[in-house]
Design a protein around this ligand. Structure first.
Ligand code: GLT
Ligand code: MN
Ligand code: MN
Length: 388
């Protein structure tokens, strides 16, 4: 159905590292050939994606000479121009090289911290050259296996110092990036600093220029720890901090699976899409996921199509939910304010305080009330299963 054919205006993006994932895991080597970045761009353009995101070393090898770098970047720019695909987000690989085994911005070794800054500034230059507007910091190695290694307060302080440093570099260069911190609880480190969306938002308020920083929540990362991703995204939206989002599939309590968007927990993903669409979130819908290890290149493109299709199907379901008379009638009834307490409860004033303090609430009646959430949830399930 053409309704589910992705368009550029849907703002779907993939990382070079996502469709380019070659299926290595801790127990086995690669199962797919590397796909050239230029081919990824061309193919994503054909599939209807809006953009492609990258780490510095997804495109330019860490040991490339300046001449090699320039040639690679110019070939890549040509592929972008030919396909109409853009680069909305860039980031730094601060986790693969052994130099970062004790972290980058939080390494115990000041020389490593300085090198991480140097590498990030070059990657910011690259991202700016490619037109990126959002710059992501995923601190995969920013953590510890043992707290004997450093005081966690120092880890957090060094993280802050480096982010403040890079914000000043951005200002000096006039890049004007939106910086987005991506939390994750663990993996590859035993414990990663700033493990959740809420902790990242709290940390941002301690930075020199908090307004320049937001979050890049990832479905898999909150879900790994059994947290409710929809609530995490809602908090980010509420705080004006949703600068980017990483969508994928994940079972709770596992390693970071990064499955195709919507592959797990359709209902959670439905409420996520509904939240993004209802909120008017205007940023990229980035799929930070990869094809199952069982797949060849054809399977990779099936995976990419699947991410976008499922998003669009869930978006249509959200529209149906919002237009469903029975669902909306239940919601209206449940949220109704027959006795006019909504305003009194929303803000302390001498009048509202008097009214609430003196009210004769019927506690038994409130306790006996049914909220119709069973019916509401079943209607949602029927809608999602196509039986409504
Ligand atoms: C890595 C990680 C992702 C991050 C990427 C950005 S790299 O694949 O698992 O969650 O978003 O650095
Ligand atoms: Mn992940
Ligand atoms: Mn991610």
């Amino acid at each position: 159905m053409s309704q589910y054919q992705p368009k550029k205006s849907d703002l779907f993006t993939f990382g070079l590292w996502t469709v380019g994932n070659i299926g290595r895991d801790p127990f086995g080597t690669s199962v797919r050939d590397t796909i050239a970045p230029t081919r990824i761009v061309t193919k994503l353009g054909e599939l209807g994606a809006y953009g492609v995101n990258l780490h510095d070393n997804d495109l330019v090898p860490i040991d490339a000479t300046p001449a090699e770098r320039d040639r690679i970047v110019s070939d890549f720019k040509k592929a972008l121009a030919d396909s109409g695909v853009v680069v909305p987000m860039a980031t730094t690989n601060l986790f693969y090289d052994p130099a970062f085994k004790d972290g980058a911005f939080t390494s115990s070794d000041p020389k490593v911290r300085a090198y991480a800054l140097q590498k990030t500034m070059s990657a910011m230059d690259l991202g700016a050259e490619l037109g990126a507007k959002v710059y992501v910091f995923w601190g995969g190695r920013e953590g510890v296996e043992t707290d004997a290694s450093k005081d966690a307060r120092d880890g957090i302080k060094r993280y802050r110092e480096c982010l403040n440093y890079l914000e000043e570099y951005d200002t000096a260069k006039g890049y004007n990036y939106k910086f987005a911190l991506e939390p994750k609880p663990n993996e590859p480190r035993g414990d990663i600093y700033l493990p959740t969306v809420g902790s990242a938002i709290g940390f941002i308020s301690t930075l020199e220029k908090p307004e320049r920083f937001g979050v890049n929540p990832e479905y898999a990362h909150e879900t790994m720890s059994g947290l409710n991703f929809v609530h995490a995204v809602a908090q980010a939206l509420d705080a004006g901090k949703l600068f980017h989002i990483d969508l994928n599939g994940q079972k709770p309590g596992r390693y970071d699976q990064d499955y195709r968007f919507g592959a797990e927990d359709i209902k959670a993903n439905f409420f996520l899409v509904k939240l993004l669409e209802d909120s008017g979130y205007a940023g990229s819908r980035h799929f930070d996921a990869h094809a199952y290890r069982t797949e060849d290149e054809e399977g990779v493109w099936d995976f990419a199509r699947g991410c976008m299709r499922t998003y669009l199907v869930l978006k249509e379901k959200a529209r149906l939910f919002n237009a469903d008379p029975e669902i909306q009638a239940i919601l209206k009834e449940v949220h109704s304010d027959a006795d006019g307490y909504a305003e009194s409860a929303a803000k302390y004033t001498p009048t509202s305080q008097q009214r609430i303090a003196n009210a004769d609430f019927n506690r038994e009646q409130m306790g006996r009330r049914g909220y119709k959430y069973e019916r509401l949830d079943q209607l949602t399930i029927d809608l999602l299963l196509g039986t409504r």
